[in-house]
Write a protein that binds this ligand. Sequence first.
Ligand code: N01
Length: 551
Amino acid sequence: MTNDQSHITVDVLVVGAGLAGLRALYSMREAGFSVAVLEASDDLGGVWHYNRYPGARCDVESYDYSYLFSPELEQEWRWSERYATQPEVLSYIRHVAERFHLRPTIQFNTRMARAEFNEASNRWSVTTEDGRTWDAGTLIMAVGQLSTTKQPTLPGQESFTGAIYHSAAWPREGVDLAGKRVGIIGTGSSGVQMTPLIAAEAAHLTVFQRSANFSIPAANAPISAEEDAAIKADYRARRTRALNSPSGLGFVPNGASALEASAEERQAVYEAAWVRLGFGFALAYKDILLNEASNETAATFIRDKIAAQVKDPSTRELLTPRGFPFGAKRPSVDSNYFTTFNRNNVALVDIKADPIKALTPTGLSTGNAHYPLDVLIYATGFDAFTGSLLRPDIIGRDGLSLRDKWSAGPATYLGLGVSGFPNMFILVGPGSPSLLSNVILSIEQQVDWLTEMLVHAKTLGAARIEASPDAEARWVDHVNERAQETLYPRAASYYVGAEIEGKPRVFMPYSGGVRGYRRELERVAANGYADFGIPGKASAGGGTPGGIQNN
Ligand code: N01
């Protein structure tokens, strides 16, 4: 890295110091590249730095939601619970940064404003909001898929005399909610996680619900010393299972169809999955996410479970998800969410039937009622997948901006490369397993592959790596075909861009699974990365360039 303070030259510039950016920094540095990391915040951790709301917790099991690149790290780190809290995940990330000396390379409080590809030099010129410029051979966008918050502006918001927070911009010092009348808008994973804790602390809680969603119990538990030792003794095998499972979570799908089982058998299988599997419930039968009738058996089971937890009949009905298949919209994994509505200090308001009209100085008004509030919490989610990628100006070849390129929705090759944007790569971007997978495993899979491709290109002296328009078009078709085989497109979710009005409706994550995705990465590598325009011969056994295989 050459550095005159205001103009810095590196081989690789990574944007974002969350789980993806840190892993990219580690690998690129190990491969001998000079690296800088730009981080807009004053600390690392990405979403785990920002989402500090009460109850924030990982809903993938801790031993799977952790880096697998270092067996030593695996053995050293001791998770305290099956599902780690946000503070524990953040301290894990900090530990990784210290242990592998990552922190000194990160430029904190440095937000990328613009990046432009220089066709003569085959390098990116990046400008940050503080006026510095960065010259990089490779630009890696590790900005997260759920990192640009969605905060509706309600009429009268400025008149509200209480406090307003967003779940993903929670004050670091915490918020004292004792004795307060609190409102939460949003019942996705964030709203579902915070509701029980806030209900226990606040004087009164009103949850404003637009849509009910499915939720599976987390079955969280402390990890005993014996359990920790047993997992660590077999950690490699656990990782192999995860790498070969559809979503990288290690659950092996039941090979049977839900429709082949008798009603009694199904009930027993669902009961067993319900008490232990969390997300894995969706794999209790192989076709829950593929076949509507199979899905309905799972959905009915969950609806019954919800009904059994909620005493008041109208609240029960309101909390019951209907009108879309289970799992088509990301389900939550909860701890005591539904039973919280049995408390005397908790109310549920149906804002689909009675929409919010405005905030007033003292609370929130719907068409039919006024709810006095001291604190309003937006748990309204994110501009998913593309929000953070489209925030800076990114200008590729021929003056093409990424915003224009993606005006009808994101198009990528493997979720990693974008035709017209040479030497720029996206981690866990649209078109990759990303949010349909154990994201940390997907990050590592991509980073390892990308590192090898960059080393290969360097060895050959290839200065420009760019996904061909053809390969990109084929991949976009393939992503859509795989999605159409599933029930995912049957819900208005952030998977299809439904969370933001006017956002193009495109199915964004890759639903072919982490193993299928990895096979595709391997095939592209074996072909000498020809679809990325790297000259040279394919290695033996490479198969047909461009021929995407279904796995
Ligand atoms: O956001 P969401 P989230 N007026 O988009 C409602 C990850 N995550 O922050 O469904 C009123 O899921 C919206 O209603 P509707 C995880 O991937 C992980 O909860 O659009 N309501 C919905 O109820 C998750 O999926 C963990 O009708 C409005 C809610 O707000 C993702 O982050 C924990 C509204 C938004 O739900 C996002 O979760 C938490 C409006 N204008 C989150 N706009 C882990 O455990 C939106 N809503 C790792």
